[in-house]
Design a protein around this ligand. Structure first.
Ligand code: UDP
Length: 327
């Protein structure tokens, strides 16, 4: 039976990955410092004999007894509000954290995968973004702590691959959504659905003409799983190329939730990318992968999840948004 370590296990993506590897018959070791993760996302796994959990910060030395076939480094704050609230931790988990994971992978002779991001492309001047594009990142802007940590993480991983011959995989994740997103992480989907559920207006930043391409979490996990088992060590985009403006997205959420609230416009945060769409030709060719869940279907499932939250959970958010933090 194979054994996998997943850092960031209690987070949105980490918890879905735990579920997938458990379903595939693996032994799963979850690790999380619970700064942005939530044990609620994995509490259903605790009774399983094949699941273990370490409450640990990967930016500190990692000790895991026993063999590890795979290590998936998915620990990181992952929303613009989080980078502003905890910028140093964001930098540390992408630098010290990956260094510890790589060291562990060498000792255990594991294959290591890192969660990289479309943010390595910054505010892209090339559209759609393919893996050959090197990006347009402002290192000292509010997103710099995340973008540069992830870029460093890619460089470090590639160095261990070429210098030490470590087996590595790099997935560049584009905007992803689904159940277990944190309601207060400031990202656009929980922000809009939360606002609709609380009877507040939907806050569109800028004029809403900036675009994103949203991938349903199950599609993403499938792409990640296939990439891990492939033999390709270069970066691979995984995301859904179905691009939409943020204003259209707000209108979709209004239709989905039936809210009678309106859209209000707020200033666009600094360095907010104007457009983003993954070129997934490589993933198609290499992995035979492409997204299967249409946004209308994925949004319904996600809305049902948010609707199932208790009023306490729904109101626990800080009524501060990204723009308030930047000021
Ligand atoms: N956004 C918005 N209203 C909100 C939250 C976000 O208009 O309440 C916009 C944000 O400015 C960005 C897009 O939605 O253009 C996606 O933001 P998110 O934080 O989800 O992720 P990003 O792709 O920017 O990292």
């Amino acid at each position: 039976m194979k054994r996998v370590l997943i850092t960031g296990a209690a987070g949105f993506l980490g918890s879905h990955l735990c579920d997938r590897f458990i379903a595939e018959g693996y032994r799963v070791v979850g690790m999380d410092n619970l700064i942005t993760g939530d044990l609620k996302n994995i509490e259903h796994l605790f009774p399983l004999e094949r699941f273990e959990f370490y409450h640990h910060d990967v930016s500190r030395f990692i000790h895991v007894p026993g063999e590890l076939d795979y290590i998936l480094h998915f620990a990181s704050p992952a929303s613009p509000i989080d980078y502003l609230k905890i910028p140093i931790q964001t930098l540390k988990v992408g630098s010290l954290g990956i260094h510890n994971c790589l060291g562990l992978a060498r000792v255990k002779k594991s294959r290591l995968m890192i969660a990289s991001t479309s943010e390595v492309y910054g505010d892209p001047t090339v559209h759609p973004q393919s893996e050959t594009y090197w990006g347009n990142v402002n290192p000292v802007g509010p997103r710099g702590v995340y973008d540069e940590a992830k870029r460093f993480q890619e460089a470090m991983t590639m160095a261990y691959h070429t210098y030490h011959g470590l087996e590595t995989r790099i997935v560049r994740i584009f905007n992803t959504y689904g159940p277990r997103m944190r309601l207060n992480d400031g990202r656009v989907l929980p922000a809009f659905i939360g606002q609709a559920l609380r009877g507040e207006d939907l806050t569109v930043f800028g004029d809403g003409s900036q675009t994103r391409s949203f991938c349903y979490v199950d599609d993403l996990v499938e792409g990640i799983y296939r990439l891990l088992l492939s033999d390709y060590s270069g970066p691979v985009n995984i995301g859904n190329p179905d691009e939409i403006t943020i204003l259209q997205f707000a209108e979709e959420i209004i239709r989905l939730t039936g809210t009678t609230q309106k859209i209000v416009f707020k200033p666009l945060p600094t360095d907010d990318p104007k457009q983003r769409q993954p070129d997934i030709a490589l993933a198609r060719r290499l992995l035979g992968w492409e997204p299967a869940v249409h946004r209308s279907e994925g949004l319904k499932i996600t809305y049902d999840y948010f609707r199932s939250l208790t009023p306490d959970e729904l109101n626990k958010i800080e009524h501060k948004n990204f723009v308030d933090y930047v000021r």
